[in-house]
Ligand binder design. Structure first.
Ligand SMILES: Nc1nc2c(ncn2[C@@H]2O[C@H](COP(=O)(O)OP(=O)(O)OP(=O)(O)O)[C@@H](O)[C@H]2O)c(=O)[nH]1
Ligand SMILES: [Mg+2]
Ligand SMILES: [Zn+2]
Length: 315
């Protein structure tokens, strides 16, 4: 039963055992809890019960226990959940997102397979994807990097070029009123973008050479920042792998949006799109209606899901 000590909160950082939770103002007439300008006013919260795991972005019910601390008593329903997994482990990344912002840069080089993985994760949760090409201030490298993104642009994914160092304003309209997470490889500039967009953020950034030398990522946990009146932005640690073992293999094809028109068009109902005669997907790859690199990404992710399923079953 709600009492004065019960309130709604948003998980702004997850540290495993404890969480940072920002209190939310709740309005009985409004369908959604509204955010408050909470920077610096978060509570250190522990979950009630040992097994509960929360994600950055979760809306929770908390009970203040005094001196800036509290207990998480309930998880409110998640509208979306981004997580990664291999055969043995699952890791929550963030929840209640409206958008995944995939950050790549003119340098260091980026993986287009990782972009496809991020898009698949977003599509599987019915949330938007946006690709940011950062470090546009390095002109020699801009054209080749932009060219590598054309395949995604042709599919309709939005691409924004900007420079976190010089001017990140181009990105602002895409983030207004959205609940976004910045994801991508280490060194692409996610934290620098966060600092440019959220002046109070002071997210840790470090020279890439130093980051690579120590083999560590600059950002070690995801953190949520308020952005504009109704939105927020999560800065997350660099992704090295983005395992999607939790996806059902048969659904994967749907998360490659350009494959959808060919679904159900193969000669065999149970076509695996490997080497079967009359496969509509293979035919579309052969005549260029489906990009070969995207089909390759599909194959790699699919075989990874299959082998993770076998491993976790102990085969
Ligand atoms: N030239 C240039 N350098 C940038 C830009 N944005 C970021 N950098 C530099 O790139 C390096 C990495 O930036 P970070 O913001 O720490 O990268 P990150 O994506 O947060 O990295 P992780 O936290 O390790 O995932 C730093 O040296 C930044 O100064 C940019 O727009 N232009
Ligand atoms: Mg970072
Ligand atoms: Zn087929």
């Amino acid at each position: 039963m709600p009492s004065s000590t019960h309130q709604h909160g948003r998980v702004t950082a997850a540290f495993g055992r404890h969480y940072e939770v920002a209190p939310l103002l709740t309005d009985a007439d409004a369908p959604e809890s509204s955010e408050v300008d909470w920077l610096g006013a978060t509570l250190k919260c522990y979950p009630r019960g040992k097994r509960s795991v929360f994600a950055c972005g979760d809306e929770v019910e908390i009970e203040a226990t005094g001196s800036g601390q509290g207990v998480i008593t309930r998880l409110l329903p998640r509208k979306s959940l981004l997580w990664r997994s291999d055969a043995f482990r699952e890791k929550l990344i963030a929840s209640n997102l409206t958008q995944v912002v995939i950050v790549v840069a003119t340098e260091p080089g980026f993986s287009d397979l990782l972009i496809s993985r991020c898009i698949v994760a977003a599509e599987s949760q019915d949330i938007k994807s946006l690709i940011v090409l950062n470090k546009a201030d390095l002109p020699d490298k801009l054209t080749p990097a932009a060219r590598r993104l054309e395949v995604f642009a042709r599919l309709g994914y939005r691409i924004v070029e900007c420079s976190a160092r010089e001017n990140a304003a181009a990105l602002r309209p895409y983030l207004a009123d959205e609940r976004s997470i910045l994801v991508g490889q280490s060194g692409m500039g996610k934290s620098t973008l966060t600092n440019a967009l959220v002046p109070q953020a002071k997210a840790a950034t470090r020279e890439i050479s130093e980051a690579l030398d120590t083999g560590k990522h600059t950002t070690t946990f995801a953190r949520l920042y308020p952005l504009g009146a109704n939105g927020w932005l999560i800065d997350s640690p660099g992704l090295q792998a983005f395992g999607l073992a939790h996806l059902a293999g048969e659904d994967l094809v749907e998360h490659f949006i350009e494959f959808r028109p060919f679904q159900g068009q193969c000669r065999f109902r149970d076509c695996q799109h490997e080497s079967e005669p009359g496969c509509a997907l293979l035919a579309a790859v052969a005549d260029g209606r489906i990009d070969r690199s995207r089909f390759e990404h599909y194959r790699l992710i699919k075989s990874e899901i299959q082998s993770a399923k076998k491993q976790s079953q102990g085969w």
